[in-house]
Structure formats: structure tokens, C-alpha cells
Design a protein around this ligand. Structure first.
Ligand SMILES: NC(=O)c1ccc[n+]([C@@H]2O[C@H](COP(=O)([O-])OP(=O)(O)OC[C@H]3O[C@@H](n4cnc5c(N)ncnc54)[C@H](O)[C@@H]3O)[C@@H](O)[C@H]2O)c1
Length: 430
């Protein structure tokens, strides 16, 4: 089957011109909605946060992501992406709402999915396709979403096509990865899998891998757990290396020359909406799963290690001024969710009276940031917590001329140790 949209951008075999309501226009939902609209579909974008819709109505976006603004504007100008304040009836519903971890209950908080599903219940009709993109514990589509949709009077297995299609895009490169990444597509029934596959085929160039909904949910969780456990291993190796006076990054670089070794990089902790959370979803019903829990503990403990190290680096400085560079959880994004910089900042403030924070990307009013010059001015310890390009481009000689004490602590391994040492800096590593 080969179908073409007016803009000629449809992929071979994809279904064209569907009416789609995307529920939740955040980091995942917004680029997905715009992508579908630029591939021949009519997309209603619904979000419960009025600020999100107001931004779109003014041709703006509320999140920072390279290329997103222009991409969304194209979609809006095409007339096929329509921000809406109430759920619109459609033939396809895609749910991209948050799934935070409920620390108290030690479980995934599915309340956003419940509300999103309840919002579409009055609109779903026989034959509609409902896709859950949010990351969830295995079994959620079948056991949680299905029963809510059944309140419509429709049978989620026979009357609807219900599927889980996890999102795996990398913030900072989302628009390209939305089309190029392989997608896992898991329906509750073979029909549902096929219907979802046809939709994704309309814009995805990567491989479409089909399976059942519960396996698709599980796959997403084990991908992020793999990352988390490997980062924990690198952090543990870093601790041992530090005690023996070994440069852990150099040791890992050499170890990775072996064809069957691929160690991750140590860092100040793990952040973002996925890696620190998804391992908990994986093991929430499996108390015997120890490695995953210990890895979480190791990574969650990294901010403490960072602050302990800062304290030891400035132990001889009277009333030290700390420059904290970076709040976002990863390089070149504005996202502070679960960012290790946040507990690092809190703990630094417990120990030091003068902590100045800089992040060129984060515009969150909850954080008092200052310009880079102000952060570095008179600093006694410059702590790089996020690998933003602005920090890897820092000139050690110029920095030396503004700080009071030449101590730099690079938790990300983004600046050149020899260059900074040559400029007179004491160089701290994890
Ligand atoms: N951000 C990522 O890099 C990423 C990557 C892969 C998967 N995911 C998963 O995708 C899901 C969404 O993540 P995100 O980063 O886009 O979250 P987000 O917080 O950026 O966006 C979610 C949006 O949903 C809206 N919302 C909440 N409840 C709603 C409701 N009932 N109806 C309509 N809108 C509602 C919020 O206002 C918000 O704008 C999560 O499950 C996350 O784990 C995220």
C-alpha cells in the first residue's frame, strides 16, 4: 500500500489523513503532534495547562528543544495542528501525559493517565485507535487504561484498537529522532498492533518492531534500567578509583578499548524524567530485584559525593564562594526534572553561605540564577554539574582572571584537565 498526503511526505504503507487528538503537549506530546500534522494528519493538541495552549495560540512553545519552535510554527501554519482547550473527537487518541514516581507509595503514579483516559471516554467510538506513549509499568495498558476506556460502553479488545508505543527520543535531538529511531509497537490485539503500526509508518523512517502491549511497556523499562545500572557501575568504579588516586575517566577510556567492554561515564547523578524513574517501575512489584535498587541508591547518592568533594576541595578557604555551573539534568536542555544539580545546590547551601548558580538554558523561576560572569566573579570553587557547551568552551586563562581561588571541579569530564592545570587550577574529579 502506498499513500500520499498533500505535502507528499507520507511514508510508504502509512495511513494518511487521520484525525488525531494528542493529550498532553509536553516534551513528548508537542513534537509528536507537530510531526503528525506535518505528515498529513489533522491534529488537535490538548493540554490541561492553559499556559501551554496560550503559547501555541501565540505561535510560541513553552519548552526549549532545538528546532522545535520552527517545527511547531510550520505545523500551526499548515492549519493541520490545532491547539484546543477541550478534548476534540477524533479517530486516534495519543496519550503523552506524565507518569511520575510516587515516592510514598513506591509505585508509578498513574493518576495523569487516569484523568487523560477519562477525558477521552465520552468521545471514543467503535474502531478508534488509542495509543499510550507515556512510560508505564508492564501491564498498564491492559489492566489500567483498558478498564477506564471500557466505561465508554465499548470493549477495549473488540471495539477499540488499544496500543502502547513507548517514546525513546533524546531531548536535544528530538525532532530528528522522532522519525529516525526504531519504534516498539505493542497492541492489546494483533489488529491494534497493525493499526498503530500503520499510523507510525506515516512518519517514522526507523524500524517498526511489533509486539504485544505488555512486552512493549517492559522493553522501555529495561532500556532505561540498563542505562541506570551501567551508570551506577561507572560511579562505583569512580569511587574506588578516587580512593586509589586513579583518574577514572582515563581508566575507563583505556578499558573501553577492549572490544567487549563498554563502560558508561561516571557523573554527578542521574536526572530527567526517565532514567531515575523507570527502574522503579520495573521492580515495583518485585522486591527480590536487588541490583536495580542498589544501582538507584548509588546514583541517588552521587549528589552527596559531589558536595563532600567540594567541601574537601575548599577546606582551606575561608568563607568560600561556590560557583555552581548547570542546573539542567543534561547538556544543552532546559529540563531540571530529577536533575542531580537540585540536591547538589540544596546541600551546598547547607554548607556554604555564598553559592551562585548559573544555567544559560534554565528559565525556571524557582531558581535564582545569575549571569556566568557574576557566578565566576571571586569564586573559590567552580563546580561544573551540567555538560552545557557553554562550559566546555570556558577558557581556563580567562576564568583564572576572574575567580578568587583557582579550583575547578568537573563532574562531567567536559573540560581538559591538562589545560586547566596549566592555567594554574587545582582540578577536582569524581
Ligand atoms: N521527556 C522525555 O525525554 C521522555 C522520553 C521518553 C518517554 N517519556 C515519557 O513520556 C511521558 C510524557 O513525558 P513528557 O516529558 O512529555 O512530560 P511533560 O511533563 O513535559 O508533558 C506532559 C504534559 O501533559 C499535560 N497533562 C497532564 N495531565 C493531562 C491531562 N489529563 N490532559 C491533558 N494534558 C495533561 C501537562 O500539562 C504537560 O504539558 C512520560 O510518561 C515520560 O516518562 C518522556
Amino acid at each position: 500500500m502506498k499513500e500520499r498526503a498533500e505535502n507528499g511526505m507520507l511514508r510508504e504503507g502509512g495511513t494518511s489523513g487521520r484525525r488525531i487528538t494528542v493529550v498532553g503537549l509536553g516534551y513528548i506530546g508537542l513534537p509528536t503532534a507537530a510531526m503528525l500534522a506535518t505528515h498529513g494528519h489533522t491534529v488537535y493538541g490538548f493540554d490541561t495547562n492553559p499556559r501551554v495552549i496560550e503559547h501555541l495560540e501565540k505561535g510560541k512553545v513553552h519548552i526549549e528543544e532545538p528546532g522545535l519552535l520552527a517545527f511547531v510554527r510550520d505545523a500551526l501554519h499548515s492549519g493541520r495542528f490545532v491547539p484546543v482547550r477541550e478534548v476534540r473527537p477524533a479517530d486516534v487518541y495519543i496519550l503523552c501525559v506524565p507518569t511520575p514516581y510516587d515516592e510514598k507509595a513506591k509505585r508509578a503514579d498513574l493518576s495523569y493517565i487516569t484523568k487523560a483516559a477519562e477525558a477521552i471516554v465520552p468521545h471514543v467510538k467503535k474502531g478508534d485507535l488509542v495509543i499510550l506513549e507515556s512510560t508505564v509499568p508492564a501491564g498498564t495498558t491492559a489492566d489500567h487504561l483498558g478498564p477506564i476506556l471500557a466505561r465508554s460502553g465499548l470493549d477495549p479488545l473488540r471495539d477499540l484498537d488499544l496500543a502502547h508505543c513507548p517514546e525513546t527520543v533524546l531531548p536535544g535531538n528530538m525532532i530528528s529522532e522522532l522519525t529516525s529511531n526504531a519504534r516498539v509497537i505493542g497492541g492489546l490485539t494483533p489488529n491494534a498492533t497493525h493499526a498503530a503500526e500503520m499510523l507510525y509508518r506515516s512518519f517514522v523512517r526507523g524500524t517498526l518492531v511489533t509486539t504485544d502491549a505488555t512486552t512493549a511497556e517492559f522493553v522501555k523499562l529495561i532500556q532505561n534500567t540498563y542505562r541506570d545500572v551501567n551508570i551506577a557501575l561507572a560511579n562505583e568504579i569512580g569511587m574506588v578509583a578516587g580512593q586509589k588516586g586513579i583518574d577514572v575517566r582515563e581508566a575507563i577510556r583505556i578499558a573501553n578499548l577492549h572490544p567487549r567492554v563498554d563502560l558508561h561515564a561516571p557523573g554527578p547523578g542521574v536526572g530527567g524524567h526517565c532514567i531515575p524513574i523507570d527502574p522503579w517501575f520495573l521492580v515495583q512489584d518485585t522486591p527480590d530485584a536487588r541490583l536495580v535498587r542498589v544501582s538507584r541508591e548509588i546514583n541517588d547518592g552521587m549528589p552527596h559525593r559531589v558536595v563532600d568533594k567540594v567541601r574537601s576541595l575548599v577546606k582551606d578557604v575561608e568563607a568560600p564562594r561556590i560557583a555552581l555551573l548547570g542546573l539542567a539534568y543534561k547538556a544543552d536542555v532546559d529540563d531540571v526534572r530529577e536533575s542531580p544539580a537540585v540536591p547538589i545546590l540544596e546541600r551546598l547551601k547547607e554548607h556554604f553561605d555564598d553559592v551562585r548558580v548559573h544555567d544559560p538554558h534554565v528559565k525556571d523561576p524557582n531558581f535564582d540564577t545569575v549571569p556566568l560572569k557574576v557566578a565566576l566573579d571571586g569564586a573559590d570553587c567552580t563546580v561544573i554539574v551540567t555538560g552545557h557547551w557553554e562550559y566546555s568552551a570556558l577558557d581556563p586563562h580567562k576564568t583564572r582572571s576572574v575567580v578568587r581561588t583557582p579550583i575547578v571541579f568537573d563532574t562531567r569530564g567536559i573540560v581538559s584537565r591538562p589545560e586547566w592545570e596549566e592555567a594554574g587550577f587545582t582540578f577536582g574529579t569524581l
